[in-house]
Design a protein around this ligand. Structure first.
Ligand code: NCD
Length: 308
């Protein structure tokens, strides 16, 4: 595999493979010196045209734990501010010898375009409302760690699905592994052609939450709301938020997941985030292992030989 642009590039087998490789890297991260030489001599560039805390930092940590060199790129202090085009920016970075580019952009399709413009392996770290494949991988890994398997689980995705690349990639990955997915959202925050997605849709949050293995809350993406799709955040929270009252009615052992950043008190009550079944920080930790696995798969020359 040369690039990871979509969950479709992996399929069920690829997702399972990444998860089992991630297990090895979780072990590496627990060592006193959490570093292996697997990607020594490789250069990984972080090309983030949109804000990020966890995705960017965890890719950086992942690359460093594999002994790759990391080049950071901050739009605010780059020549993009002087009007340099995306294509010229990519060509400039390529000329310095990048082996992988981790790309985030507010427009769908940019990572695929970058992959056509350079020889490096490209990882999609979130493109507009399109996809965020490594988030789906770390979510599958978290569910497997906690519940043993993704197959047969009922995963409820709650909230701003319309604007969510996390939901689009998650739905592909969860259903590929055999989970049942139900979307719960106000009609204005559902995507247009949702009938053609491999999911069920419900407006009845309280019934659905009583019968699920995972409730996956999504951030209300205020920066992507072009029009007034919500009455007010307070009203949204009352109708569609995972309040303490609702969370108490979840089946025992059901996980509360969220990709972060959380609008505390809007999509999930702050108290619920502290419950033992809430996995927000665990997802972040697993993100490092999963991203190590992805970079390793894309960049390591001889995948048959043990490296650890
Ligand atoms: C998400 C993103 O940027 O797509 N965050 C993340 O990568 N963990 C979700 C979000 O911003 O709501």
């Amino acid at each position: 595999m040369k690039h990871l642009l979509s969950v479709d590039d992996l399929g069920a087998e690829g997702i399972e493979h990444v998860c089992s490789l991630a297990d090895h890297f979780t072990e590496v991260s627990q060592r006193p010196i959490p570093k292996v030489p697997a990607l020594r001599g490789k250069t990984v560039v972080m090309l983030f045209f949109e804000n990020s805390t966890r995705t960017r930092l965890s890719f950086e940590v992942a690359a460093k734990r594999l002994s790759a060199d990391v080049m950071g790129f901050s739009i605010a202090s780059s020549s993009v501010q002087k009007g340099e085009s995306l294509r010229d920016t990519v060509a400039t970075i390529s000329a310095m010898g990048a082996h992988a580019m981790v790309v985030r952009h507010r427009s769908a399709g940019v990572p695929a375009q970058v992959a056509k413009w350079c020889d490096a392996s490209v990882v999609n770290a979130g493109d507009g409302t399109h996809e965020h494949p490594t988030q789906a991988l770390l979510d599958c890994y978290t569910i497997k760690e906690r519940l043993g398997t993704v197959a047969g689980k009922h995963i409820v995705i709650l909230g701003d699905i319309k604007h969510s690349r996390v939901a689009r990639s998650g739905i592909k990955a969860f259903t590929a592994l055999g989970a049942k997915v139900t979307l719960v959202a106000p009609a204005t925050l559902l995507p247009p052609a949702v009938e053609s997605w491999p999911v069920e849709v419900s407006m009845d949050i309280d019934t659905v939450l009583g019968d699920c293995d995972v409730v996956y809350g999504l951030r209300v993406q205020l920066e992507r709301q072009g029009e007034a799709l919500l009455p007010s955040l307070r009203e949204y929270s009352a109708h569609w938020g995972l309040t303490v009252g609702r969370a108490k009615r979840l089946p025992t052992g059901a996980l509360v997941m969220h990709p972060g950043p959380v609008n505390r008190g809007v999509e999930i009550a702050p108290e619920v985030l502290d419950w033992p079944n809430a996995t927000v920080n665990e997802q972040v930790r697993h993100g490092v292992s999963v991203r190590m696995a992805v970079l390793y798969l894309l960049l390591h020359v001889d995948t048959d030989k043990p490296v650890l």
